[in-house]
Ligand binder design. Structure first.
Ligand code: HPA
Length: 240
């Protein structure tokens, strides 16, 4: 099997931007399922590019093949994996379009997903997003914004009270995927970084109800900047 330098995972609203990068279809079988994506030349690197929610956004957060994606990247020899994640902001002043780099997380998803189901293996998690440094270096000085990502199981959005509790616990943004992905990548030994893109204020911080269309539309507008940031991070990772 051919190797790759990096993995790129596009979240909500990013699929078409990633498709525009072109490339050849690539399927990687693993004991955890088959990871499907494309092999693309990005920023001078060979990248395995995956749509987290599949073509046409068909896979909900709790069914994303996290272990297959992570194990595929491990088998392909990826030195890092960068992703985007649409998030709700827990700060009234981090509006739509804010981009933040995940440096820590609060995993409330209850997914308990692991590669070590049949052996007792406890993974150090003191650096949950090791590749965040590449993302921070790739962003301009005015755009460096570290964040704590709270992960819920979804697919429903949060209640106002849940959002208030998350704020009190010190989280900055809320989403449904990045913490689980971080666990899978960590266990696979693939340094992972995630760019959180604010698509909405979290429930209760605005008067209007939150819809997936709103999230998707915001992400479609912000996608170009987000993909540019990932490509810059790939360039930094290759140099480093
Ligand atoms: N909550 C959870 N996940 C999300 C949100 C949100 O407000 N926005 C985008 N993904």
């Amino acid at each position: 099997m051919l190797g790759v330098d990096v993995g790129l995972i596009g979240g909500t609203g990013i699929g078409d931007r990633l498709a525009a990068l072109g490339g050849k279809a690539m399927h990687v079988p693993t004991p955890h399922g088959t990871a499907r994506g494309t092999l693309v030349e990005v920023g001078g690197a060979r990248a395995f590019v995956v749509r987290r929610h599949s073509f046409g956004h068909r896979t909900p957060p709790h069914h994303v093949p996290y272990l297959a994606m992570a194990d595929a990247l491990r088998r392909l020899g990826a030195k890092a994996c960068f992703s985007t994640a649409a998030v709700g902001s827990l700060h009234a002043d981090w509006g739509v379009g804010t981009m933040a780099v995940c440096t820590d997380m609060l995993d409330l998803s209850g997914r308990n997903l692991t590669m070590f189901d049949r052996t007792v293996r406890h993974t150090d998690f003191s650096d949950p997003f090791p590749a965040h440094r590449h993302l921070l270096s790739a962003l301009g000085a005015d755009a460096k914004l570290p964040c704590v990502y709270a992960c819920t199981d979804g697919p429903r959005y949060e209640t106002p009270y849940e959002v208030e509790r998350l704020q009190k616990m010190g989280a900055d943004v809320v989403g449904m995927t990045a913490a689980t992905e971080a666990v899978a990548m960590h266990e696979a030994g693939v340094p992972y970084g995630c760019l959180a893109v604010v698509t909405n204020l979290a429930a209760g911080l605005t008067k209007s109800a939150l819809t997936h269309d709103e999230v998707g539309e915001a992400m479609t507008k912000l996608g170009e900047r987000a993909v540019e940031a990932l490509v810059s991070a790939v360039e930094v990772a290759l140099r480093g």
